[in-house]
Design a protein around this ligand. Structure first.
Ligand code: SF4
Length: 344
């Protein structure tokens, strides 16, 4: 029976079974590694690949990203969700240019001082780009550690997370940091999956407490569900001569910085809202079936109302009439894109 260390088993497994050809692998370019780590924070690898490649075509290095207006960065993020990541990405690019002359700092601590880079992301960049010795602890790694060590309690609780960080640090090997780090990520993504982990093919099966005690389905301990807040409102599709009105979301809590349809309360008189806010006259109004969209802690229940409008746009708000093609090129939330594709 193998008596290799935890880390050595991960490294050996990664060499044989891990991923080696993702677009952000086989490079030491901190910019590319950072970009992939930010995109992967809340998004699956398969989805990230296209976004990552398209993003790099437009912003091939930190200089081009820092120089670009935020709206252009958001356009490239459109559909990927969790838009705060794009805001942070842009802010961090500017900071790296201004404070470090375009060269990423190399230590985990200095990387963590940049917007949007937490401890685990900083560690991943430090390992992959600069060959530093640092521990990662993303969602996949938390799951592996929770099961292998039978760590009870939800990993998002600070006391549990602290324990996990301590475990992650003690498991770090002295060499092969990149393969070890990649291996942990790959194992969590492909073998020690949330449902039905493939323990038979896992290099950690010999001493995995959750497997030995048949508790893999109980670990990690799930979060106590947060109540989902439901928000119900009208979305207004204002059309004038084949063009659609979009408004920039400046102060709203969700989708900040994106362009979207105007909204109003279900109790509002749509024709009056259109007149009062935009100085436009509603010539015809059609209500579409209700649609829902789930965000992390909110369910949006939206009733689209299409309004043919006449007159001159009169408003101080940041809004404009755009063609369908222009809208689809803009930084728009997923439900707006779905409506445009399905109905306009
Ligand atoms: S043995 Fe099973 S539960 Fe334990 S780490 Fe491997 S895949 Fe996960």
């Amino acid at each position: 029976m193998s008596r290799l260390s935890f880390a050595q088993r991960i490294v050996n497994w990664q060499r044989l079974h891990g991923r080696h050809h993702l677009p952000w692998q086989n490079t030491r370019d901190a910019y590319r590694i950072w970009l992939s780590e930010i995109m992967l924070q809340q998004t699956q690898v398969e989805t990230v690949i296209n976004y990552y490649q398209r993003f790099l075509r437009s912003f091939p290095n930190i200089r081009t990203l820092a120089k670009a207006p935020l709206s252009r960065v958001l356009e490239h993020w459109s559909g990927l969700g969790y838009y705060r990541r794009a805001h942070h990405l842009h802010a961090a690019a500017r900071e790296v240019m201004n404070r470090y002359g375009g060269k990423f700092p190399e230590t985990q601590e200095m990387l963590m001082a940049l917007p949007g880079i937490g401890r685990s992301t900083a560690a991943a960049i430090a390992v992959f780009a600069f060959d530093q010795r640092a521990a990662i602890l993303d969602g996949n790694v938390k799951r592996v550690l929770a099961r292998h060590r039978a760590i009870e309690g939800n990993p998002s609780l600070s006391a549990i997370e602290k324990t996990m960080w301590a475990v992650a640090e003690t498991l770090l090997p002295k060499r092969n940091l990149s393969e070890y780090t990649q291996g942990l990520m790959d194992l969590g993504a492909s073998i020690c999956t949330r449902r039905q982990p493939d323990c038979a093919h896992c290099p950690l099966r010999r001493d995995c407490v959750a497997r030995l005690e048949q508790r893999t389905h109980l670990l990690p301990t799930p979060k106590t569900a947060q109540p989902l807040v439901e928000l119900r409102f009208h979305i207004l599709i204002l059309k004038r001569k084949q063009r659609i009105l979009l408004e920039e979301r400046v102060t709203q809590k969700i989708w900040t910085g994106l362009w979207s349809f105007p909204e109003c309360a279900l109790t509002d008189d749509v024709a009056q809202v259109v007149k009062r806010r935009y100085g436009l006259t509603a010539a015809a109004i059609e209500t579409f079936p209700v649609m829902t969209h789930r965000l992390t802690h909110r369910r949006l229940i939206m009733t689209p109302v299409e309004v043919d409008v006449r007159g001159r746009l009169r408003t101080t708000a940041s809004c404009r009439f755009l063609s369908r093609e222009e809208v689809l090129r803009d930084a728009i939330p997923t439900p707006v894109r779905s409506i445009i594709l399905a109905r306009i």
